[in-house]
Ligand binder design. Structure first.
Ligand SMILES: C[S@@+](CC[C@H](N)C(=O)[O-])C[C@H]1O[C@@H](n2cnc3c(N)ncnc32)[C@H](O)[C@@H]1O
Length: 223
């Protein structure tokens, strides 16, 4: 089943299910105060039903909140309207979009946010490469990601969830493999913290490594 179809099926129950696992979300919101630029253009990928969209919007001049699942984006749009999330900032756009093909020009965002999603993508490295592409060289990536591979208990629990629900963790990260995956996509990890929870959360902040003119022309040639 495609990623969009899996999450379309889970969308109606997502806000209830996430409460079992989101004990670290309050801490993430606190860290965002510290780590997100105070203004600027922000992209959120895999936004789900908008657990963090309000926090991002409050600090942005412009926010593009996206997800691959149309059912998730329906709920996200509703939340943005009902909670008045767009009030006070220049604009919030909600869009159905795959993290593997972000519809935005190179270097067009000051900050990128991807919460609780790299482990559920079948190709997280493609999403990270796209995030690197759309970020400015002096931008920031913030990627809190559940760590399903920290120990045998969490590994087993993650496998069981895959058997009893449509949920699939494609990559069972620990903090080291998560930071390595992010670094391999062209980032320098500036902060990494493991937050406690049924599944611990790896909270990672990373800066893009500068792209050279040579790399840019290579990319344009499809190398
Ligand atoms: C566990 S939810 C996280 C939602 C929200 N960010 C949160 O922290 O609660 C994972 C989200 O990733 C989205 N997703 C999965 N694969 C994706 C992809 N390739 N591109 C964009 N979104 C994707 C799903 O549709 C789902 O909404």
């Amino acid at each position: 089943m495609s990623e969009a179809k899996v999450w379309d099926r889970l969308a109606g129950r997502y806000d209830t299910i996430v409460r079992l696992f989101d004990t670290s979300y309050g801490q993430v919101r606190e860290r965002l105060e510290r780590d997100l630029p105070e203004r600027g253009r922000v992209i959120e990928i895999a936004a789900g039903t908008g657990q963090f969209t309000g926090e991002l919007a409050r600090r942005a001049d412009y926010l593009m909140a996206t997800d691959v699942s149309p059912a998730m984006v329906d709920r996200l749009r509703r939340r943005v309207l009902e909670e008045g999330i767009a009030a006070g900032i220049a604009a919030v756009d909600c869009a159905v979009m795959s993290a593997y093909a972000i519809e935005a020009p190179d270097g067009s965002f000051d900050a990128a946010f991807c919460a609780n999603a790299l482990h559920v993508m079948d190709a997280p490295e493609r999403a990270l490469a796209e995030l690197r592409r759309v970020l400015r060289d002096d931008g920031v990536l913030i990627a809190p990601t559940f760590l399903h591979g920290v120990d045998g208990f969490r590994h087993g629990l993650s496998q069981t969830l895959g058997l009893i629900s449509p949920f699939v963790a494609h990559t069972r990260f620990d903090l080291v493999s998560l930071t390595r995956t992010i670094a391999a996509a062209g980032f320098k990890v500036s902060y990494a913290e493991r937050m406690r929870g049924l599944f611990p959360l790896g909270y990672v902040v990373a800066e893009p490594l500068a792209t050279t003119q040579e790399q840019r022309s290579g990319d344009a040639r499809g190398n």
